[in-house]
Design a protein around this ligand. Structure first.
Ligand SMILES: Nc1ncnc2c1ncn2[C@@H]1O[C@H](COP(=O)(O)OP(=O)(O)O)[C@@H](O)[C@H]1O
Ligand SMILES: [Mg+2]
Length: 377
């Protein structure tokens, strides 16, 4: 174990990793390590190593936000050690993330992404030399449920990026905007391309993904009666279930459903052989919110428009109970608060380019945004 002095770097904000330390390339102790652990005042935290010759030899450099986040003081020394074995400390998620780079788009979904990739997508991503020998049915899809704004739609689209597929996206409520009988036809037609490809290309058919966003509107629990449109709803639900059952013959299709109301979904949809994997997207905890915050402040940080006084820990604490969508909105609102403040302080609307260039989003802008965001919870 070595003690190292923390210095600050404003070198860059790495796109690919959340936590990193910059180390001099000739630092014998750590330059070969991919990961190091730093004993922060409260925890032992893993950081990826980035080599940079501008870092003082024998020091470890962090950007100011990482320093603040982990309570590491400038010019103080902390215990640092190499992670014993890089391989054993890397989780499946780390390996998946290295390949697909989720962390830059979606925060705090490690276990969910690991579950989806591991349990649903692998049979489509792993070499056929193995999968063709197994004869297991490929999972037909999964359902994401959770509070509005927790990132279900974003996650569904991210999965399509991983699969490199442009999905067909059907928003539940939209299906009913058509003429009587048309809704069922629309559902049927959604599966047509996959059916056609399977017929023509067989095992070589490309993958088709259909996202049923807010699927509760399409697949309403038929036991909950009383609505005027019940017959239409029932027909549409029956049509969707029939199509899913027909997918037995289709290997080239994946369904992703999202819903804010799991209890309103017809349980028939979730029976074995249909959409069996149901995944809850929970409210983000402090670590997850801090990742999401990093994603949306990345540009501000990189371009030097985030003031030093921004107290991330305090902001993260004050966003308890909020969704990813709230965090994103918070950053947007703070940015607007900064512009409003600047105009008021300058007492003129026509701020020049030069004047705008020196504006920074400050802690009080976040406080202002937080005070406005709170009542909406
Ligand atoms: N985990 C997250 N990481 C990054 N951004 C998020 C996350 N959760 C929500 N957001 C932001 O909130 C927006 C709304 O999320 P969305 O996927 O529409 O939520 P849902 O479908 O669960 O209602 C997203 O487009 C994104 O900007
Ligand atoms: Mg949604």
């Amino acid at each position: 174990m070595e003690k190292r002095t923390v210095i600050q770097t404003s070198l860059y904000y790495n796109e690919k990793v959340t936590n990193y330390v910059a180390i001099h390339p000739e630092d014998d102790m750590f330059s070969k390590a991919k990961l190091v652990e730093i004993f922060t005042p409260y925890d032992v935290v893993e950081f990826e190593v980035i080599l940079h010759s501008t870092v003082t030899l024998g020091a470890i450099a962090l950007n100011r936000f990482q320093r603040k986040k982990y309570h590491l003081k400038k010019y103080r020394s902390y215990f640092v050690r190499c992670c014993s074995s890089e391989k054993s400390s890397r989780t499946l998620f780390d390996i998946i993330n290295e390949r697909f780079n989720f962390k830059t788009k979606i925060g705090g979904m490690e276990s969910v992404l690991e579950e989806i990739v591991g349990d649903v997508l692998l049979s489509r991503l792993y070499p056929q030399s193995f999968t063709s020998k197994t004869q297991i049915n490929k999972p037909r899809g999964f359902l994401l449920h959770g509070r509005p704004g927790t990132g279900k739609t974003l996650l569904a689209r991210t999965i399509c990026d991983i699969l490199d597929v442009t999905p067909k996206v059907i928003r539940g409520p939209e299906i009913f905007s058509c003429m009587l009988g048309e809704s069922e036809k629309k559902i049927r037609e959604l599966f047509d391309d996959a059916r056609h490809d399977q017929k023509v290309y067989g095992a070589n058919s490309k993958l088709h993904v259909i996202i049923f966003d807010e699927i509760d509107a399409i697949c309403k629990n038929r036991a909950h009666g009383g609505l005027v449109r019940d017959t239409v709803h029932n027909n549409v639900t029956a049509q969707l279930l029939a199509e899913i059952d027909g997918m037995v013959y289709l290997d080239n299709i994946l369904l992703i459903g999202t819903t804010n109301f799991l209890e309103e979904i017809d349980p028939a949809l979730l029976r074995p052989g249909r959409i069996e994997t149901v995944i809850e997207i929970k409210l983000p905890d402090a670590t997850a919110r801090s990742h999401i915050f990093d994603i949306y402040t990345k540009a501000l940080l990189r371009n030097g428009a985030l003031n030093q006084d921004v107290n991330i820990n305090n902001i993260i604490q004050r966003t308890e109970g909020m969704t990813g969508s709230h965090v994103e909105r918070l950053v947007r609102m703070a940015t607007h608060a900064a512009m409003k403040r600047d105009i008021t302080e300058r007492n003129k609307f026509d701020v020049t380019e030069e004047e705008g260039d020196i504006l920074e989003v400050c802690n009080r802008d976040f406080s202002e945004a937080l005070s406005k965001l709170r009542p909406q919870l």
